[in-house]
Design a protein around this ligand. Structure first.
Ligand code: NAD
Length: 321
């Protein structure tokens, strides 16, 4: 069995490799070559932790496994380690034998950023110039850094519920040589692409904060009850997702579907656009919205990719298991 510790991931994994792995797995999901297992998520009644498993099987890439982990809210304060903790386990689909154990913390941020970036590549207008960020926490910096590689953006605007966190994303913009402007939510009408990545349980971004032609990636809503955007926005937009079943149950679409504004049939797999079986954006004034809920196959795809790189670079730890 191969072990790739968390400490090695930053040197091994690149944004490009994460992007390629996620784009490929979304395509395989839409083609019916890969599927996710039902998600398990439990409040374990200890340390206020939420723990669970996300798994799946990619028949095309022969990747089988799961990500185990969750959220320990007291970690940072009491133990000095980050609150989100996860590990990916890969198995040999021919035998069921354990194949690899891979640190999943940084990979989670990279695969989540890759998902919105894949949506920007396939759905945003080619002439997009202004990118708007709603959210400025841990994931937001990864999201922005990767999104900036998808179009020749000229400006970053940002809004955050906690304005004192905005320097986190301003720093990413500055590093990319782009001007940054803090705006009110009404100022988001200037954006051609908006990424929303917050832990909110109430809509921040309203339908009239989004101009015609904008691509919106909603990345924060991954649980029942969370919400980032007004359901009316999904009614105005053409809605895409990583996985329809998750989108309508734990993703942003749970609210619009629950309120009867859209139905399951209105939510399309981004993989179909990647595979060319859905046209994606069809006009310059269409609003497209990607509901990125986060699927186990994304985690397996990036973990498999990092295992290959660790082996190639002699950084994999091999144990007789
Ligand atoms: P974080 O704690 O670092 O940041 C939280 C962000 O949400 C901050 O910008 C904060 O200001 C904002 N926020 C908090 N309360 C808010 C409120 N009431 N209204 C509006 N904004 C509010 O968290 P993070 O690690 O950046 O994660 C952000 C979200 O992304 C979480 O909901 C997390 O579960 C989700 N997430 C999704 C995926 C996916 O695959 N879709 C993957 C990882 C994380």
């Amino acid at each position: 069995m191969i072990i790739v510790p968390e400490r090695e991931i930053a040197d091994l994994m690149t944004r490009e490799a994460a992007f390629d792995a996620v784009e490929k797995i979304f395509g395989a999901m839409a083609a019916g070559d890969a599927y996710n297992f039902p998600v398990v998520r439990e409040a374990i009644g200890h340390e206020d932790a939420l723990y669970g498993f996300k798994g799946g099987f990619d028949r095309a890439g022969l990747t089988l496994g799961l990500k185990a982990g969750g959220y320990w809210p007291n970690n940072l304060e009491t133990k000095g380690i980050i609150n989100h903790q996860s590990t990916v386990f890969l198995f040999d689909p021919d035998t069921g034998k354990a194949k690899a154990m891979v640190g999943g913390n940084l990979l989670t941020a990279l695969r989540t950023a890759a998902a919105s970036s894949v949506s920007i590549k396939h759905l945003a207008r080619e002439d997009a110039k202004v990118i708007g960020m709603v959210g400025a926490g841990h994931q937001a910096t990864f999201q922005l850094r990767q999104a900036l590689e998808q179009r020749p953006f000229e400006k970053v605007i940002g809004w955050n519920y906690h304005p004192d966190m905005l320097p986190n994303i301003e720093k990413v913009a500055t590093e990319a040589g782009l001007p940054f402007e803090a705006v009110e939510l009404s100022g988001m009408t200037e954006a051609d692409v908006i990424i929303s990545i917050t832990s909110s349980f109430n809509a921040s971004l309203m339908a009239d904060h989004v101009s015609p032609g904008t691509h919106v990636a909603c990345m924060g809503t991954d649980t029942i009850g969370k919400q980032e955007v007004e359901p009316a926005l999904l009614q105005k937009a053409t809605v895409f997702t990583d996985e329809v079943a998750q989108s309508i149950s734990i993703g942003e679409a749970q609210h619009a579907v629950g309120q009867g504004l859209i139905s399951e049939g209105d939510v399309h797999q981004i993989g179909a656009v990647i595979n060319g079986t859905h046209p994606g954006r069809e006009s310059a004034d269409q609003i497209t919205l990607f509901d990125g809920t986060g699927v186990g196959l994304q985690d397996l795809a990036v973990a498999a990719s990092v295992v290959d790189m660790a082996v190639a670079q002699g950084k994999a730890i091999e144990v007789d298991f």
